[in-house]
Design a protein around this ligand. Sequence first.
Ligand code: GDP
Ligand code: MG
Length: 709
Amino acid sequence: MAGHHPERYAFAEPMMLEKIDKLFACGIGDLVDLPQIVVVGDQSSGKSSVLEGLIKKPFPRDSGLCTRFTTHIVFRRAIQEQILVSIMPDRYASPEHSSRLKEWGRAVPDLDPNTFRQIMEEAHLEMGLSGNGDETERKPTFSSDVLRLEISGPDQEHLSIIDVPGIFKSTTKGLTTKADIGLVRNMVTGYMKNPRSIMLAVVPANVDVATQEILELAAEFDVHGDRTLGVLTKPDLVDTGAESGVAALSEGKARRMKLGWHISRNPGQKELQDNIDRNVLEADFFRSCVPWSSVDKDKVGVDSLRLRLKEVHSSLVKTEFPRVKIEIKSRLDACRERLAELGPERNNPAEQMAYLTRISTRFQRLVVLALNATHGADDVFETDHRLRIAPAIMSRMKTFSEEMAKYGHTYAFTAQDNDAAGDSEIEQPAKLFEIRKEDYLDELVNILHLQGSLQYPKRGYIRDWILQIFQNNRGFELGTFNASLLATCMKRQSSKWTDVGMGFVSDVIIMVHNYVETALASICNDPTVCNSLMDKLSDELIKRYQRAITNIQFLLDVEKSDTPLTLNHYFNENLQKSRQGHFTINIEKHAFHNGSHGRVVRLEHATQTTRSMSNEDYVMQDIHDILQSYYKVSRKTFVDSVCKQAVLHHLLQCEESPLALFSPIFVSQLSMTELEELAGEAPALKRSRSQLTKEMTSLLAAMKILARA
Ligand code: GDP
Ligand code: MG
């Protein structure tokens, strides 16, 4: 019979079949769907009967030994006659259970009923299954371990079939529980889900096909009916009169299944006891029983079913083999990548130290690149704008300087200076401006300056204000004024500097903090490590941020000093300019055109201007001008000092800057406990690492099998 359809499976690559079997044996089936034929059906539908017909060996069938685990039967052509039995542990089995199962297994000379029974009993024992419900200790009834039978010989042809427990709906007292129903269902559907499996769906012909759960399940997983091959059993038990309906079903009239139906007549209980030869029985049945005798001969009997299966199996393997190969390759790549992402192992202080040193070195490199704004040197700057800290801080500095120039003073000076501090040409925006521009950071809330809004400088009040201060502080001076008056004016005029300056420094601190966090996250892809590092660093970071704040506080205190002082020559220049300015304005009123001389002023007018002013007016004017000049010089110095000292030095560049904190030196000073806290592997990570390593081993073994000629 073997040469029945030579053209259809002579080309089946024994090499491929062989390799697929080896892949099964190395356990890769847990990771990659392998092409397989799996026998499924409800309990007592006749699965074992069909299988034993197919493999030509009687299955042991004591009532207690219903199928309780998956059996993978592999046939292969080999010169030597050999039967190997072994157990493939479930992938979720405990290591002890696994290694015990792996030790079990041997070659047996023949699968005669006695040996077969003995093997089945041993397998039960090894898997730790219950006997017939007479143990004191409750043991499981079903196991997810797989018994493997490899039958080789010169007469065998490649075929691999998986026999799973039958699914059932009602429990048996002392043997099966409700939980077992679900367990078996999951086991079976696990095999059915595999898109590369072909389901041999065994259905007894003597029951209403509609009540067979297996067909529903098959339809659910094989929506298009591409990979379900139906086998009708027990045709001899069909009620007289119903036969034609069953025959019609076998012709594919009920549900469309591309692989069609087969009918098999197996021995019943009685016939088994009487030791009737199953082949003779079946042959007789399909030869003489109406209407079965008229069914197409290659659709009846286990021999034709075996042929059909080989055909189906080898064409399945042929189409799926290249895909399996590709999938294993890509799984291997993915596995490698994920292992690489986890980084090297960190289970002892040396490994942990090495790991953190690497991270901190890379961190410091990023700091240098960021401060020099050499963003092209690392792709990481493309991923998150918060890493481009130099341009961001530069632009924040510019805003600070502009705000100080435009809005830093309380009273707008009178116009005559076309500098930004004057008012006429600046368009007045809304009434308030916010001092902070960056989003809040909860963890820094204790040190950051609170958000707030400030008034724009008041216009047109400066004279009244100076006059009031002047009057309140007047002594017996003659045409001069008390020196402390300038200090008083200055304090009031610069009262917004604290908010504007602190707001600015707070914003830069936020930027620096975001930078540290983002840079760490970009370097170290274990979020647990990132979080614990941030925790560890945060106290010292805050101390360092605090230094910048202390520094600006100091600069503010200095500016509030009671003795205004500057050696800056701009002060005098500005002052002369203002004085000159007032003089010019007054004198211009009297200017007129005089032919060839252009605009001129009479001498008496030129000398009269200052004279016409009251003493008080003159002093007022002078205070205004001195304050304006002094304010401008101080403001510029202050802005520069804050930028250079608090920001550039304390926050960015000094050796004690927050950016310099997380360095290899920091790492080298960690204690063993700290190392473990920071870089030790979390249990979840350990688990996924060992899972991945295990996968990797299987995948590498699989690649080796595939590569072998
Ligand atoms: P499984 O639980 O699906 O493995 O079913 P079995 O193969 O153990 O068969 C269950 C019962 O049905 C056994 O007693 C078999 O002898 C009987 N049986 C199976 N197929 C046939 C058949 O074609 N005709 C008859 N009369 N009995 C059968
Ligand atoms: Mg069975």
